[in-house]
Design a protein around this ligand. Structure first.
Ligand code: BGC
Length: 328
């Protein structure tokens, strides 16, 4: 019996190891391909400019909405937009793509500045080489970027705090899942959230964990939070896939009394709101962010003066208004 267990554990470990290895190889390959294609890409015939949009994660539904908005703008303004990103979130890989975009002498770059300390110098390098940069979703205020397009994240965090306090009666132990510990936008969101929660003496944040914007990680971290805090009655997710991950965790752990709140309007979140499993979500406007980022770059190339911060609105979606909403 003991031997069988050992063998089973070894098999599980081996499978896990192979999974990690394959993901790593696929990711490296993806980046090399993306970098390679950038080296050779020229401005397409008939287009007035060639822009690169560097996302956080290639197939994340939130980033795909940003891509759609940017592609719509590309069509509207007759420019070329290339959407590229790591397969899984990685600041280092985003930076490699950024370096290549500079080398390719593109006409403009749209980038999420996930980590200000790392991104500000490279953004400045592009700007010094006459390549304008627009930050999207996450800003780099200390850099020389032309503009930022995205949510006012501190205010959005406050909004989430207010919704949570109101819908839970201002009472309960809270577990928070943030998308990334190094992301400026996630930190702002969390601080805004905390500033509201701290005004409610019966509410307390008892745990903060990071999902690395992965739904699987959100499930695993959510489960460990639930194990650690048997009295936790509220859980909030700060990035697009966290609330769904948390919902899987509470289901797996049979903790259906936990009230869940999240960010963004990916389809499963809206579905879970309509059937009462997630209480509310703060919806951002990724499509508009993508559209505006390209519009701004184009206006900049035309020499138009513009303001620097372009905040896109957010809205609260609950069971009461979920059917009226369209995802973008
Ligand atoms: C955040 C993005 C993040 C995405 C991940 C969004 O809520 O604004 O920064 O990349 O979630 O799913």
């Amino acid at each position: 019996m003991g031997n069988k267990r050992w063998t089973a554990s070894l098999i599980v470990l081996f499978v896990l190891f192979m999974y990690v290895l394959i993901r790593f190889a696929a990711n490296t390959n993806n980046i090399e391909n993306a970098v390679e294609s950038l080296k050779t890409t020229q401005k397409a015939k008939g287009k007035t400019a060639h822009f690169i949009l560097i996302a956080q994660e290639l197939d994340n539904p939130y980033w795909r909405s940003i891509e759609q908005g940017a592609k719509k703008a590309a069509h509207t303004y007759n420019v070329q937009v290339e959407y590229i990103a790591p397969l899984q979130t990685s600041v280092e890989e985003q930076m490699k793509l950024f370096e290549k975009a500079i080398v390719s002498k593109v006409d403009g770059i749209v980038v999420q500045s996930l980590d200000e300390q790392m991104f500000a110098p490279i953004i400045n390098k592009a700007v010094n080489e006459n390549i304008p940069v627009v930050t999207i979703d996450t800003d780099s205020p200390k850099s020389e970027r032309v503009a930022y397009v995205g949510t006012d994240n501190y205010t959005a965090g406050e909004k989430l705090g207010e919704v949570v306090a109101e819908m839970t009666g201002g009472e309960g132990e809270i577990g928070v899942m943030i998308g990334s510990e190094t992301s400026t936008s996630q930190k702002l969101r969390f601080n805004g959230f905390l500033s509201v929660i701290q005004k409610h003496p019966q509410m307390k944040v008892v745990e903060v964990m990071s999902s690395n914007i992965s739904q699987i990680q959100a499930v695993l971290q959510g489960e460990s939070m639930l194990k650690k805090h048997p009295d936790m009655s509220i859980m909030v997710g700060m990035s697009a896939l966290d609330a769904i991950g948390i919902l899987n965790a509470t289901t797996n752990m049979r903790r259906n009394n936990v009230q869940i709140f999240g960010f963004d309007d990916v389809e499963e979140t809206l579905q879970a709101i309509s059937n009462g499993h997630i209480r509310a979500t703060i919806v951002q406007k990724p499509f508009d962010m993508g559209f505006q980022s390209i519009k701004i770059l184009r206006q900049h190339l035309q020499g138009k003066a513009m303001k620097v911060e372009h905040f896109t609105p957010t809205e609260v979606i609950t069971k009461n208004n979920v059917h009226l909403e369209e995802t973008n």
